[in-house]
Design a protein around this ligand. Sequence first.
Ligand code: HEM
Ligand code: HEM
Length: 164
Amino acid sequence: MPARSTYSVPQRVLHWLMAVLIFFNLLFPDGMNAWRRLVRHGQTPTPADISSANIHAYAGIAILLLAIVRLGLRLVYDVPPRPDDQPAFLHHIASATHFLLYALIFAMPLSGVAAYYLGIDPAAFVHAGPIKILLWAVIVLHIFGAFAQHFFFKSDVLRRMTIG
Ligand code: HEM
Ligand code: HEM
C-alpha cells in the first residue's frame, strides 16, 4: 500500500482512546495499590476493594487488546512518512520513541497481569517501578516532540494525528 499523508481514522481514534486509558491508569492506580497493600500484609480484601482493583486491571487489559489491534492496523495502513525537510537524527528520535511506546504499552499490562492474577512479585516490582518510570519519561518526550513539531518546526505531524 502506498505511503499516506495522514493517519487513518481508526488509527487516530485508537491513539487518543488509548492515551486516555493509559493516563487514567497512570494517574489513578489507588484502588489497585490499596488491594496490593492488603494482600501484602496478609489481609483479606473486601468485594469493594476487589472491584476498585478490577477497574485498573480491566482498563489495563483493554489497553493490551487495543495495542494488538493497533499494531495490526499499522501493518495494514502503515504510517505517514516523516517530514522530509528535517535532520535525520530527529527521525531516529521519533522512531525510537514510537518503538519504545509500543514496547511499553505491551510490557505495562503484561507485567500487571503477571502481578495481579499470577502473584509474581518481581512483575509487580517492575510494573510499579522501572517500567512505569520509563513510560512516564517516554510520554513526556513524545508530547514535547509533538509540540516542538507543531510550534517550532511548523510541520503537519500533530494535525495528521488529530484532524487529519
Ligand atoms: C498500560 C496499562 C497500565 C498502566 C499504565 C498501569 C499503571 C500502574 C500504576 C501507575 C501503578 C501504581 C504504581 C505505584 O505504586 O506508583 C500500578 C500498580 C499496579 N498495577 Fe497497573 N497499570 C497498567 C495495567 C495493569 C494491569 C492490566 C494489571 C492487572 C491485570 C495491573 C496491575 C497492577 C498491580 C497489581 C499494581 C500494584 C503493584 C505494586 O504496588 O506492587 N496494571 N499500575
Ligand atoms: C499515553 C500516551 C500516548 C501514547 C502511548 C502514544 C503513542 C504513540 C505512538 C506509538 C505513535 C506512533 C504512531 C503509531 O504507530 O501509532 C504516536 C504518534 C503520535 N502521537 Fe502519541 N501517544 C500518546 C500520547 C500523545 C499525546 C498526549 C500527544 C499530543 C500532545 C501525542 C501526539 C502524537 C502525534 C502528533 C503523533 C504522530 C507522530 C508522527 O506522525 O510522527 N501522543 N503516539
